[in-house]
Write a protein that binds this ligand. Structure first.
Ligand SMILES: Cc1cc2nc3c(=O)[nH]c(=O)nc-3n(C[C@H](O)[C@H](O)[C@H](O)COP(=O)(O)O)c2cc1C
Length: 353
């Protein structure tokens, strides 16, 4: 049977920028870059409709066949030309359609996934070498002012709210024991649980939670990796916020995986549970069709994490948070496409030492 000729199409997830006098084109979904010239730009433009290599040889017949073929192979290698109908092409299409209102700015989300990290086992001298040679910027700002008003000192002795706020610290050492299912339940309910609903004329019934959310869209989801929870089988669960239940997922759970998810930071593997925070972007994007709303999604993860840390502190537990994540590994294990729903942040908890 005769094979159909390969049909190629230019990736939609492309962004171009100048760097050190060179025009760089990146496939931001594949995180591949390419140094372009005017001829390769013409090839990329030509392939915005699906075409074969033969079509390109005819179109660019004023160039040598070898040079056109070389440019096409380089563009395939840089994933700027995709095989029409392939898995990479389908993912590219999915980003183009589901992220349309937030593109091209939304490219930032994809370009910053799976960043290489400084390894925690590197000696401090090696890590310091990666910092700029200039001194760190000042930690505080003081403005020149004609008047400076000293403020009264704040009395908060005995008030549990302020005590909890001041007691919150990032913990990286934990006792070996299990945390209770009741604590896990309180952490989930207080941070991500639905506290109630309110009616709106335009948007119907909307949930409210302890954290604010732009337009009450609540894009955040949370997955629990339970490692040492008394009364709960070791496993990975999705928290069903509206019914306050845990749905078990097929994903494995282990100290080794917890550590791997958090870019091999050893303390994450010693936690009793991880709370993996993701966002379903469409909830916010549906109402806010400007890319600025991407900031809202990130800001909200910060609100949720602070509530989590304070609740854990109030419960006498040892919380932490980390943004150093192997995004694609986590998303693959949780069965997320990383496009409509993506991991943003991880919080964890253990028993205090
Ligand atoms: C967004 C965010 C990301 C963080 N990522 C990490 C991390 O990857 N690893 C880590 O050990 N700590 C991480 N931290 C914790 C900070 O190092 C910690 O908050 C800081 O040292 C101040 O200490 P404190 O939380 O006890 O006040 C992160 C904190 C925030 C807010």
């Amino acid at each position: 049977m005769e094979r159909k000729p390969l049909r190629l199409r230019s990736a939609s997830c492309q962004i171009a920028y100048w760097q050190d006098g060179e025009l760089r084109i990146a496939n931001y979904l594949a995180r591949r870059e390419f140094s372009a010239n005017s001829a390769t730009l013409d090839v990329i433009r030509f392939f915005f409709a699906p075409r074969t290599i033969q079509d390109a040889l005819v179109e660019f017949r004023s160039y040598s066949q070898a040079s056109v073929a070389r440019a096409i192979l380089q563009l395939i290698d840089a994933e700027l030309l995709l095989e029409y109908g392939s898995a990479a092409w389908e993912q590219d299409e999915q980003v183009k359609s589901s992220w349309r209102p937030w593109l091209p700015e939304g490219a930032f989300h994809f370009m910053t996934k799976d960043t290489p990290y400084v390894r925690p086992d590197w000696p401090i001298e090696r890590r310091l070498k990666l910092l700029p040679a200039t001194p760190a910027p000042p930690q505080f700002k003081e403005v020149r002012a004609a008047d400076v008003v000293p403020l009264p000192s704040h009395r908060m002795v005995g008030d549990t709210f302020f005590k909890t706020l001041h007691a919150r610290r990032t913990h990286r050492d934990f006792a070996r024991g299990k945390i209770s299912l009741e604590s896990v339940s309180q952490l989930l309910q207080t941070t991500w649980g639905v506290q109630g609903y309110f009616r709106t004329n335009a948007f119907g019934k909307l949930p409210y939670k302890t954290s604010p959310s732009g337009g009450a869209r609540h894009p955040g989801e949370v997955y629990l990796m339970a490692l040492r929870v008394d009364g709960l089988e070791t496993g990975t669960y999705h928290y069903e916020a509206n019914s306050h239940r845990l749905a078990r997922l097929p994903a494995r759970a282990s100290a080794r995986l917890a550590r791997a998810y958090c870019v091999d930071q050893p303390y994450c593997g010693r936690a009793a549970a991880l709370f993996i925070m993701t966002a379903v972007f469409a909830r916010t994007m549906w109402k806010y069709g400007r890319a600025r709303a991407y900031r809202v999604v990130l800001l909200e993860a910060g609100h949720l994490c602070q509530t989590f840390c304070l609740t854990a502190t109030r419960l006498g537990l040892a919380p932490f948070s980390t943004a150093a994540l192997k995004d694609s590994l986590i998303e693959r294990d949780l069965g997320l496409d990383g496009i409509s729903e993506s991991v943003l942040y991880v919080a964890g908890v253990g028993l205090r030492q």
